[in-house]
Design a binder for this molecule. Sequence first.
Ligand SMILES: Cc1cc2nc3c(=O)[nH]c(=O)nc-3n(C[C@H](O)[C@H](O)[C@H](O)COP(=O)(O)O)c2cc1C
Length: 339
Amino acid sequence: MNIGEIRDSARNRMKGFCNVCKECNGVYCSGKVPGMGGAGTGNSMKRNFEMLSKVKLNLKTIHNTVNPDTSVELWGMKLGLPLIGAPVTGSEINMGGYLTEEEYCKNVVKGCLMADTLAMIGDSGNPDFYLSGLDAIKDNNGKGIAIIKPRENKKIIENIKKAEQSGALAVGIDIDGAGLVTMALLGQPVGPKSKEDLIEIVKSTTLPVILKGIMSVEEAKLAVEVGAKAIVVSNHGGRVLDDALSSVDVLPEIAQAVKGKIIIMSDGSVRDGKDIFKYIALGADYVLSARPLIWGAIGSGEEGVKQYINHMKNGLYQTMILTGANDIKSIDNKMIKLT
Ligand SMILES: Cc1cc2nc3c(=O)[nH]c(=O)nc-3n(C[C@H](O)[C@H](O)[C@H](O)COP(=O)(O)O)c2cc1C
């Protein structure tokens, strides 16, 4: 299947949960949480799309970049491009249930590896979903990252131990899941974390710890202080707080404050290779993408995930030629303009 066919197939199989719109702008799916959209008015997801669209590329063609290198390295693993599959859970309630949770996790973890990169797996109100993700990581020799909800510390540390047993490369917490009242209704309370809580978590493991959902310079600096190895600048695809800022709004100032002191990952509305380029130019070291990998997995299984990522890689490669970026490290903010 080509990308168009994968998208058509996903649209059919998602039965209205996602329209796989030409522009994934958060309008069709606004308020669909659970579902594929953004919370409330959908404004946070819409802002992700709008702000990224305002980042424009500087076309440059008098230079020597003919065969740019899109590869990077993360914690000893070589990746073909600086894109990582974002953690996603809830195949049935969010995506329409075409795949079981196990199938979804397997397709994404395997598909990412087939495309020379890594996936993160998530955690949710149904604790079995986290285990499905860990199984997929274990089946692939630990090549994956486990992201845990901001549960009570004792539970987080238990889940970190399980991730260690699966051989995971790193663990993290989507700390922005702090307000998910649905989790409390399921008897699994989540909430904000204190600095002491985070220090305890970081000290409980030798694995790198990632804090996902950091949206301010102040909290990025705190992440460095508590010993986290990476942050994900993210508003959770617009799904946790209505009318939130987008990553594009805050990433440049966060990068200015902590670049080089901690790994910076970021996400929101990454749909193709030029979007990866924009995020790197804004200061990210790695970029995450969620919804396109869902389309890939539902549209055509692990092969669909692989093809979607390869499609993004080609787009990134083209963008690097047309902006004069020889490798990922040479992408900088002079190659873009925020309009
Ligand atoms: C259906 C769905 C489920 C998600 N589940 C999780 C999750 O369990 N844990 C988490 O950290 N993020 C979760 N996210 C957020 C993504 O990891 C990611 O931050 C966000 O969707 C990125 O934006 P994008 O979809 O525009 O690429 C989910 C997103 C979607 C769309």
